[in-house]
Design a binder for this molecule. Structure first.
Ligand SMILES: [Zn+2]
Length: 318
């Protein structure tokens, strides 16, 4: 009896210890989740760049989070996306939105001279990001751009810019993306879906990873034809197939695309509309505004020779 009693006491002690240990473990896990749950996206509005490990957050109207960390804690899904930090202010005058157009970001290699105008040196690119940050620019997502242009609002106490990159090139993941993260800037890559996974282009895995960290992947057709000179049936296929590829593979509603080589006609615009695109980007030089039509928005071409100073001058609206 005595032994059994002692043993019972000992068991109780052990149980208590076990429960205490469990409690501490739970507290530890919660602590770890809490400190790690501030993601790159959540920090965008504060321009902090200390996060090494970007993590998934629910952004805008997108799908529920599915990462391991998210399944550990339901609060993870509630992480504030930067959009929640932004207060949108209604404007009297029509909103003007500079949409920057980049292509490749890498040190030009021998033999690339023919494409020189499309290749911006990483040092120059970083100087652009730094200047934009210092000048108080907030980089918008396609959804935020759409909101600005349709509701005539701007982010309070900030200037807005939409950073776009065409052609889903390899260097966007290797070079541009780390720099964008460093400066807390969102960006959009317009993807040629027929090239996904090719050596010189982004892979689907890279796109998925970036999508979880502030990068938006939007359309740029399947094979990059000049739509303005393309049969309407083929134009429709190019737009429909590229949209459904991005929609299904990235689990999103793709709302914008860029016209390859800036080529389009009124018929192309009608086809884009039928395919439920809300915005389309041209290569027409200028600052975008709703008055130009949401399916024919101007962009600012960023040339390799463009200094940060000139870039700021070019996009400063009166
Ligand atoms: Zn292109």
């Amino acid at each position: 009896m005595a032994t059994a009693h002692r043993k019972g006491k000992k068991n109780k002690k052990e149980l208590l210890l076990l429960m205490l240990t469990l409690l501490m473990l739970v507290a530890l896990v919660i602590g770890v989740i809490y400190t790690q749950s501030e993601s790159y996206l959540a920090n965008l509005g504060h321009q902090t760049t200390h996060k090494q490990q970007p993590k998934k957050v629910a952004n805008n109207s997108e799908v529920p989070v599915t990462t391991e960390a998210a399944t550990l804690s339901s609060t993870e899904e509630q992480d504030p996306a930067p959009t929640t930090d932004i207060v949108w202010e209604k404007q009297e005058k029509p909103v003007q939105l500079p949409i920057l157009m980049y292509h490749a970001i890498h040190v030009i290699a021998p033999g690339e001279e023919g494409n020189a105008n499309l290749i911006v040196d990483p040092t120059t690119f970083e100087s652009h990001l730094q200047a934009l940050q210092q000048a108080g620019y907030y980089a918008v997502s396609p959804e935020e751009a759409y909101k600005m242009l349709t509701e005539n609002v701007v982010p309070k106490d900030k200037k807005a810019v939409w950073l776009t990159f065409d052609d889903s090139l390899w260097d966007f993941y290797d070079i541009a993306y780390p720099l964008l993260k460093k400066y807390g800037m969102k960006a959009t890559n317009n993807v040629i879906t027929g090239t996904v996974g090719h050596e010189a282009n982004l892979s689907l895995d890279e796109m998925k990873e970036m999508k979880e960290n502030g990068i938006s992947l939007q359309g740029h057709t399947v094979t990059h034809p000049a739509l303005g000179n393309t049969d309407p049936v083929l134009q429709n296929t190019e737009l429909a197939d590229s949209k459904s590829y991005l929609d299904s593979n990235l689990d999103q509603d793709t709302i914008s695309f860029a016209y390859p080589s800036g080529s389009y006609t009124e018929e192309t615009i009608a086809i884009a509309e039928r395919n439920n695109f809300k915005m389309a980007l041209t290569t027409n030089e200028g600052i975008a505004s709703a008055a130009d039509g949401l399916l024919s928005l101007n962009r600012v071409r960023v040339l390799p020779s463009m200094t940060a100073e000139l870039l700021l001058q070019t996009i400063t609206t009166p």
